[in-house]
Ligand binder design. Structure first.
Ligand code: NZQ
Ligand code: ZN
Length: 392
């Protein structure tokens, strides 16, 4: 196991009706003028936004609001939010929504206390200051409620890029599984795929002897394999929703990746798809991740056998381990298909002729991207080609 530092300072408040305590936690963490940031309307329609406002009013905390965050959030609204926060002297931001809303709120939090263009942070400039942030989560997916990351798309060139800092970790995150019961099945499945992908990005490691994190990863994956079909079948299954919501946090606050090298190439390869086609991130991952697996599995066949046997219940073929590894990947793709995810370019709405442009935008050039297996532009092109034609 490698040396590591693990920092997850967020106070998680989990369970039914907990959104009504938002005001209490804003007060606890020193907020007196709040920006409520939300998305395209689901939080308004469900009455959640009103409940959050009421809880702030109850604590005597004044607030302004900015809605309209799109999935794959854009820089335009971030600039608007920064202006609003400066004009209104906002000292705390509360994100009511999913990864897109939270990521937009994080960008506003850092941009408000910065003299330059907030996009600098998405081009590598270190974040030195950020407004404190709280979350009321409405979809189990991105894990932004526990992570220090934010992913934003710049309209000019449709560049989708990430920024990261412990300063972007939420002070508190309210996780009420009931809030996810209004999700369309497709969004639930996209979220489940993203959660599994966050674990796999950490599971496929070159670090040896990491039993504890291997087993934690497998626990999250097994939970997702069990609970996702249950919520697709019965969207009101609170306990299954609860397990998935906590799995989404555990998958991405860093816990299951400590002390081991990680990959993240599937995420980078996917981000070009959601930037170009504006598809859901989880749907893009369903197309890319099994294809990435098929391309790299020979780098460490036994690790793929471990996934196949422990997570997908495959029988180990000791004479020919590659058979087991490939069977595990096949079962992963079939699982994604069974929960309604696209598994190839056509189902996603992507075009094979765009592959050279996708590879170009990823920007590897003549070099290589590090990870479980280092990838050149040619490798990425080959992965997109597998993804284009994948079937179950
Ligand atoms: O905008 P509204 O009306 O709220 O609708 C949203 C949106 O259309 C809807 N929705 C959310 N909660 C709902 C609901 N509809 C009904 N009932 C509810 N309770 O779901 C749609 C998707 O929401 P979004 O926030 O986009 O989903 P997700 O949480 O998957 O976030 C995706 C974004 O997060 C980024 C992705 O790249 C993508 O931009 N990621 C962020 C990460 C991070 N910050 O750590 C890591 C991830 O790997 C990921 O890259
Ligand atoms: Zn993701």
């Amino acid at each position: 196991m490698d040396n590591f530092m693990f920092y997850s300072p967020t106070q998680f408040v989990f369970g039914k009706d907990t959104e009504n305590e938002a005001g209490v936690y804003v007060k606890k963490f020193g907020g007196s003028k709040v920006l409520i940031h939300y998305g395209g309307g689901s939080a308004v329609r469900s009455g959640l936004l009103d409940r959050v406002k009421n809880s702030l009013d109850k604590e005597g905390i004044s607030h302004v609001e900015l809605g309209g965050v799109l999935p794959n959030p854009r820089s335009g609204l971030v600039y608007e939010g920064i202006e609003l926060c400066k004009k209104e002297n906002v000292d705390f931001i509360i994100a009511v929504g999913g990864g897109s809303v939270i990521d937009s709120a994080k960008a506003i939090a850092a941009g408000t206390l910065y003299d330059g263009d907030f996009w600098d942070f998405y081009c590598g400039t270190k974040i030195e200051k950020a407004l404190p942030l709280g979350v009321v989560l409405t979809i189990a997916a991105a894990g932004s409620e526990g992570s220090g990351d934010s992913v934003i798309t710049k309209e000019e060139g449709m560049l989708k890029r990430g920024a990261g800092s412990d300063l972007l970790r939420a002070k508190f995150s309210i996780l009420n599984p009931e809030l996810t019961q209004t999700l369309p099945a497709y969004q639930t499945a996209c979220g489940a795929t993203d959660i599994m992908a966050h674990v796999f990005e950490r599971y496929f490691t070159n670090t040896k002897e990491v039993e504890i994190t291997d087993r934690l990863c497998e626990a999250v994956l097994l939970t997702m394999v069990k609970e996702t079909p249950r919520v697709i079948e019965d969207p009101d299954n609170y306990d299954a929703r609860a397990n998935i919501m906590w799995a989404g946090m555990v998958a991405h606050n860093g816990l299951v990746g400590v002390g081991r090298s990680q990959d993240w190439n599937s995420h980078a390869i996917e981000h070009e798809l959601s930037a170009l086609y504006d598809c859901a991130h989880g749907a893009g991952l369903a197309v890319i991740m099994p294809s990435w697996m098929e391309y790299v599995y020979e780098h460490d066949v036994m690790r793929f056998c471990q996934m196949a046997t422990r997570v997908f219940g495959c029988q180990m073929n000791f004479e020919n381990p590659k058979v087991t590894a490939l069977e595990g990947i096949k079962r992963f793709r079939s699982f994604l298909h069974s929960i309604g995810m696209p598994i190839n370019f056509e189902e996603l709405g992507a075009k094979e002729e765009d592959i050279p442009a996708l590879v170009e935008k990823l920007g590897i050039g003549d070099g290589k991207r590090g990870g479980f297996m280092e990838l050149s532009s040619e490798d990425v092109s080959a992965i997109y080609k597998i993804a284009a034609k994948a079937s179950v």
